[in-house]
Design a protein around this ligand. Structure first.
Ligand SMILES: [Zn+2]
Length: 247
């Protein structure tokens, strides 16, 4: 698997993506039930100015962690600007928590299982299985991290805006659209830089994370078919938040 990388103005590389995403995951969604206890914080680091290149299979934990930190700070800056533009005060998501074991982190008293990433509205945090995420990062590319953080961050924004759909598929496809908008707008503002070919690879990645064909659209936990997820993401990517039905 190959991926193309673009150089960010600050020198960090942002490569968009590829293929197969590991099954499961939040890509599984917002565990958004209220009541969870806050969990420990992840150390936050600022984006470095260090240029890095990665050959397949040589991605390091340090690079992964840097991408998580970059994705988080770019999402924060993006949403902070959106809120300011509409005259609202913005509160960043409080924590981004890596975990390794089943139940190491709970949300609203519910244990968060491995191989997952969630936004927990109860504690206002994002939690992600670090091994699972790192594995996907190595397999797919660093854009996976930007997408993952963008999608979970979008669930936090939905909570801030009081958006709560009846069906999880609506909540999830909107989060995909918002993740697309955050990435597309960040590319347009040159906070991120990618190459054209990367978008096609990203599409392949999105197509791999959709629900199975026999999953009913109305089922709890449904995220949308592969085509629906890719359509939602690129609608946001190309047309920004106006395309995401936030109002
Ligand atoms: Zn989700």
């Amino acid at each position: 698997m190959t991926r193309r990388v673009g150089r960010r103005p600050d020198g960090t590389l942002f490569g968009l993506v590829i293929a197969l995403v590991v099954a499961g995951g939040c890509l599984v969604g917002g565990t958004s039930d209220p009541g969870g206890a806050p969990a420990p914080d992840q150390p936050r680091s600022a984006p470095s100015g260090t240029a890095t290149t990665r050959a397949d299979g040589t991605d390091t934990v340090e690079e992964f962690q840097q991408d998580v930190a970059d994705a988080r700070s770019i999402a924060e800056r993006y949403w902070s600007e959106q809120f300011r533009a509409s005259g609202q005060r913005f509160q960043p998501i409080r924590r981004v928590i890596p975990y390794q074991r089943d139940g190491e982190v709970t949300c609203g008293g519910q244990e968060i299982p491995r191989n997952n990433a969630v936004y927990c509205s109860a504690g206002d945090f994002i939690a992600y299985d670090i091994r699972w995420s790192f594995g996907a990062f190595r397999q797919i590319g660093d854009a996976f991290v930007f997408y993952l953080l963008g999608h979970e961050y979008a669930h936090g924004i939905q909570t801030r805006l009081g958006i709560r759909y009846s069906f999880t598929i609506q909540q999830e496809l909107q989060a995909d659209c918002m993740a697309g908008a955050y990435l597309g707008d960040s590319v347009r503002s040159e906070a991120l830089r990618i190459d054209d070919g990367d978008l096609e690879e990203f599409r392949e990645g999105l197509l791999a994370v959709g629900d199975a064909p026999d999953q009913p659209w109305f089922a709890e936990g449904s995220h949308g078919s592969p085509e629906q997820r890719a359509e939602a993401f690129f609608r946001g990517y190309e047309r920004s938040l106006d395309a995401c039905d936030l109002t």
